[in-house]
Design a protein around this ligand. Structure first.
Ligand SMILES: [Zn+2]
Length: 198
């Protein structure tokens, strides 16, 4: 998932960076509901989530900040994760993040880490934002460059490849995507899944 949608930017600016002081660091927030947001570095992830971090093979990602946001202040609806790659920040909805039996079975952590990795590979935020608006499959009839853009193509590819290595079948990936995306988005997903599960 990504931050280009206004709802995401609004959420991060209001909940994570509520003050006008742009230098405010996430871990200095201590007022109201935001005090319940739990921040830590990816280097401190538990064993189950660490598997996804190590699979990225990129030490630069050890310094990404994870914010676990209580459901009561989560405004992204059904979406369970969000990245602010420019600030090396990944947000998770608490109830999803703390699922015990099969935590993050959809590998959204990999997806969001891939956003951060893509941003690290871009020299500037402007360049990253440009890639978010650049169509990935230009022959597809998309009305807007989400999710059919270069950054999402990269992030979803990493996510699907990780799941594939875990023995997850294409049909299961299709199933969980249905929860979050509309039929028209599957023009993009089916193409990408074709490439990975060829
Ligand atoms: Zn994304």
């Amino acid at each position: 998932m990504e931050l280009i949608m206004n709802k995401g930017s609004e959420f991060i600016s209001k909940v994570i960076y509520p003050a006008s002081d742009e230098s405010l660091q996430p871990n200095t927030i201590c007022d109201g509901d935001t005090s319940k947001i739990n921040f830590f570095k990816t280097a401190d992830l538990n064993k189950q989530y660490r598997l996804q971090l190590t699979a990225m093979h990129d030490a630069r990602l050890d310094n990404v900040t994870i914010a676990v946001v209580p459901d009561a202040v989560w405004t992204k609806g059904r979406q369970v994760s969000e990245s602010d790659a420019g600030n090396m920040l990944i947000l998770f909805k608490e109830s999803y993040f703390r699922t015990h039996i099969y935590p993050d079975k959809c590998a959204w952590m990999t997806h969001e880490l891939a956003h951060c990795q893509y941003r690290l590979n871009c020299k500037t935020e402007k360049f990253y934002q440009k890639k978010l608006k650049t169509y990935a499959y230009t022959d597809l009839q998309s009305n807007h460059p989400y999710p059919n853009n270069l950054v999402e193509q990269y992030a979803f590819a990493k996510q699907f490849q990780f799941l594939q290595k875990q023995g997850i079948h294409r049909v299961e990936i299709h199933g969980f995507l249905k929860v979050f995306y509309s039929d028209e988005d599957f023009i993009f997903f089916d193409r990408l899944l074709d490439e990975i599960f060829e």
